[in-house]
Design a protein around this ligand. Structure first.
Ligand SMILES: *Cc1c(COP(=O)(O)O)cnc(C)c1O
Length: 385
């Protein structure tokens, strides 16, 4: 008997009926890179380290080991990280990027259709995407914009949480705000909230003295996330770090994919972590360039086009374009010149804003040159729209 698609015994296949209802309507994360198509030379859109990666020492000499699975608990990497961060190996969890850590936290703690996370927008997009996938509700308590500074609405956060709120996500320094959160406010939330506070410190290497890692000892409900993707210049390796109590680490270990950190990443990270002084040098260069860029963008010659450059403790600047000029037009002009930045102008509380990653000296100079040309046009009364 031949099998034909007209055979009445063949069930019709309805994909949409199989997909979970909340997945059908999911709004996927849109990365800086996926929003851009074309060719560009200067990438100031994803907050990567423009200066490169720590010195390479890894040649795949141990290729013979690739037929074996990697260490599921990444003991060698963790013991080096533990020494660098003054924590114990049992307090560390590693993810395939912080993005996997976020996803596992939500899957481990939020019952689908019942539990909630709380976020403080404008903030990193993956908290909400992972919550949507898990079908966890998302409570939003926006940051306050006070005298040009983004601050936590601490009282509103503590009022908004319910017995169903399992995780509160805070980001410090914030993305896209660039601002460190007030430490006293973070303490108040950790003390006043019955669930877990996830403090995302993806940019903490630019303000290392502000880290909350030492406080994980005193607060059993505080977890701190860091990453090798930003200051360390290793975004392609995908390594996210969580510091938490051994009990929380055990929960995450019990649900993670067994071999979530591949062998080449473990090998490479082990070598890279031998060069913390390389990272520190890059951080110093980045901060110097950030302040040079801020000064240049804040000069009176830029006033026609730029209304405000927000304070930043990270490796990017949030820049507000002055009306009537359209931030999208400035974005497009930069793109025509081969420079990609991140358009945040449609994000609530970031209206008219572009987020610009600090590049190398040469890249930043080029950015300033292109913006100067736009300023000249604007000064001739041409509205960039
Ligand atoms: C870039 C970024 C991350 C992502 O880190 P990965 O380790 O590359 O997944 C997490 N949180 C914030 C706030 C970021 O800006």
């Amino acid at each position: 008997m031949s099998i034909s698609s007209h055979d009445s015994s063949v069930q019709t296949f309805d994909l949409q009926a199989l997909v979970r209802p909340n997945i059908r309507s999911i709004k996927p994360y849109s990365s800086a890179r996926s929003e851009f198509t074309g060719t560009a030379e200067i990438f100031l859109d994803a907050n990567e380290n423009a200066f490169g990666s720590p010195p390479h020492e890894v040649r795949i000499e141990r290729q013979q080991a690739l037929h074996r699975y990697p260490d599921p608990l990444q003991k060698a990497v963790k013991s080096r990280l533990a020494a660098l961060k003054h924590v114990t190996v049992e307090q560390l969890f590693l993810g395939n990027g912080s993005d996997e850590v976020i996803d596992l936290l939500i899957r481990g703690f939020c019952e689908p259709g019942q539990d909630e996370i709380l976020i403080t927008p404008p903030t990193y997009g993956m908290y909400e995407v992972s919550a949507d996938i898990q079908n966890a509700r998302v409570l939003r308590v926006p940051l306050l914009l006070c005298d040009g500074q983004y601050i936590l609405d601490t009282d509103a956060v503590l009022r908004a949480v319910t017995p169903r709120t399992k995780l509160v996500f805070l980001c410090s320094p914030g993305n896209p705000t660039g601002a460190l959160l007030d430490a006293a406010s973070v303490h108040r939330i950790v003390q006043g909230f019955h669930g877990i506070v996830v403090l995302d410190e993806a940019y903490i290497d630019f303000v290392p003295q502000a880290t909350f890692v030492p406080l994980v000892q005193s607060y059993p409900n505080l977890v701190v996330m860091q990453t090798l993707s930003k200051a360390w210049g290793l975004a392609a390796l995908r390594l996210g770090i969580l510091v938490a109590s051994p009990d929380i680490v055990r929960v995450l270990n019990s649900i993670k994919p067994p071999y979530n950190i591949n062998a080449l990443t473990q090998e490479y990270v082990l070598h890279a972590l031998r060069h913390p002084q390389w990272k520190e040098k890059i951080v110093r260069s980045t901060v110097l360039e950030r302040e040079r860029l801020r000064k240049a963008l804040s000069e009176s010659s830029m006033h026609e086009l730029i209304e405000n450059v927000y304070p930043s403790d990270a490796n990017f600047l949030l820049v507000k374009i002055r009306a009537p000029h359209n931030p999208r037009a400035v974005y497009a002009a930069l793109m025509r010149a081969g420079i990609i930045v991140r358009d945040r102008s449609t994000v609530p509380l970031c209206e008219r804003c572009l987020r610009i990653t600090v590049g190398t000296e040469q890249e930043n100079t080029r950015l300033l040159e292109v913006l100067q040309v736009e300023v000249l046009q604007a000064q001739q009364g041409i509205v960039l729209s």
